[in-house]
Design a protein around this ligand. Structure first.
Ligand SMILES: *Cc1c(COP(=O)(O)O)cnc(C)c1O
Length: 370
């Protein structure tokens, strides 16, 4: 039997599906002779801002830089606290630490596994006046409760940066994720819903001043060439990646629709099992970056599926406050810890079809009734 290997994400399949368009875009850049901060970057920034219904996009080298430069533009400085969650990739905390600030971890909502607005309030009260910014992570493509988080953060005078690295195109209460906070940070790592063929990232903001500050920081603090106004750095997206992203942006909505279809099929197919299935909050349209089930027997199910050519992911096995680099003995996060012990991300990406989902579903049902 040589059934195909199923992956949680498959950038090669994304490339193959749009190969002719991507090759034409790359050819255009090669022949155009502009390789850094040229017409492709400018066009992609405009098109991705339009995708948000207006505002500004500033591209940077990767998603971690997007978080760091956006926090810097929002006024986070060394010694400040930044509230975020612990069930995220190291990048979220790395960006905070690069600024000399310190992450403080907020508990998650047990059903949706994203930041709890009620617990955020407690953290902001506990650290009165010290938390400069809040970074909710729209994990798995399910946006956090932005209306409640925004209200809570505003009441305590904290800025809000949305970590949209997994949520390109998700919607909350009729508005795109990313347009709620003071700014949003995106990653275009190849496996994301909107991915490049290499590293890439962007900051979105409706506020021109925030975008302008990120624009300064991404290139040596230059307002005019060769003269640094503020201490900046090099964090540029290159023209080749911007050209590829323009192609993939045109296919983002269709890709997300495919993910929604696959997710609906999983929900239906797995409804009779004892797995905890992903919960969607009212008024939310997730981007289904991941389809994440939960079981106390996660590692056994992971191994069972791997033996059958179904490679699942575990996002994320160790919460940040339990990692050596970000260890925080004061953090009490039982809901987060239980989620990290139980989550399993099944294959979901636009390169799959219904039959693939049915194959995964069938193997899970066989496992759960064995
Ligand atoms: C991918 C990701 C990032 C980091 O993006 P890079 O482009 O790899 O730096 C940050 N936050 C979350 C939630 C992510 O999934």
């Amino acid at each position: 039997m040589s059934e195909k290997i199923l992956l949680t994400a498959d950038p090669k399949a994304g490339y193959t599906a749009h190969a002719a368009e991507i090759r034409a875009a790359i050819e255009r850049v090669l022949e155009g002779g502009h390789y850094i901060l040229g017409p492709e970057v400018a066009a992609f920034e405009r098109e991705f801002a339009d995708y948000h219904g207006g505002g500004e996009v500033v591209t940077v080298a990767n998603g971690t830089d997007a978080l760091e430069l956006a926090l810097g533009a929002l006024g986070v400085r060394a010694g400040d606290l930044v509230a975020t969650v612990a069930n995220t990739v190291s990048a979220t905390a790395a960006a905070i630490q690069q600024l000399g600030a310190r992450p403080v971890f907020v508990e998650i909502d047990a059903a949706t596994m994203v930041m709890s607005a009620a617990d955020l309030d407690k953290v902001l009260v506990r650290h009165a006046g010290k938390v400069k910014a809040v970074v909710p992570v729209h994990l798995y493509g399910h946006p956090a409760d932005m209306p409640a988080i925004l209200t809570t953060a505003r009441r305590h005078g904290a800025k809000v940066l949305e970590d949209c690295a997994q949520s390109h195109g998700a919607v909350v209460a009729g508005r795109k994720a990313g347009t709620w906070g003071d700014a949003a940070a995106y990653s275009f790592y190849p496996t994301k819903n909107l991915g490049a063929l290499g590293d890439g990232g962007a900051v979105y903001s409706a506020e021109a001043a925030v975008a302008a500050q990120v624009r300064l920081l991404r290139q040596y603090g230059w307002r005019t060439r060769y003269v640094s106004d503020v201490p900046g750095r090099n964090s540029r997206l290159d023209e080749l990646q911007a050209a590829v992203l323009r192609v993939n942006l045109r296919h983002l909505e269709a890709g997300n629709a495919k993910r929604r279809m696959l997710a609906a099929r999983y929900l239906h197919g797995l409804g009779s099992t004892r797995l905890m299935l992903p919960q969607t909050a009212a008024d939310v349209t997730p981007a289904w970056h991941q389809f994440t089930v939960r079981t106390p027997r996660r590692d056994a199910l992971l191994a069972h599926l791997a033996e059958r050519g179904i490679r699942c992911g575990v996002l994320y096995p160790v919460p940040l406050h339990r990692q050596p680099a970000y260890a925080d003995a004061n953090a009490v996060l039982p809901v987060t810890e239980q989620a990290c012990a139980e989550v399993l991300c099944l294959p979901v990406h636009p390169g799959l079809d219904s039959a693939d989902v049915d194959r995964v579903t069938g193997e899970i049902i066989r496992w759960s009734t064995a």
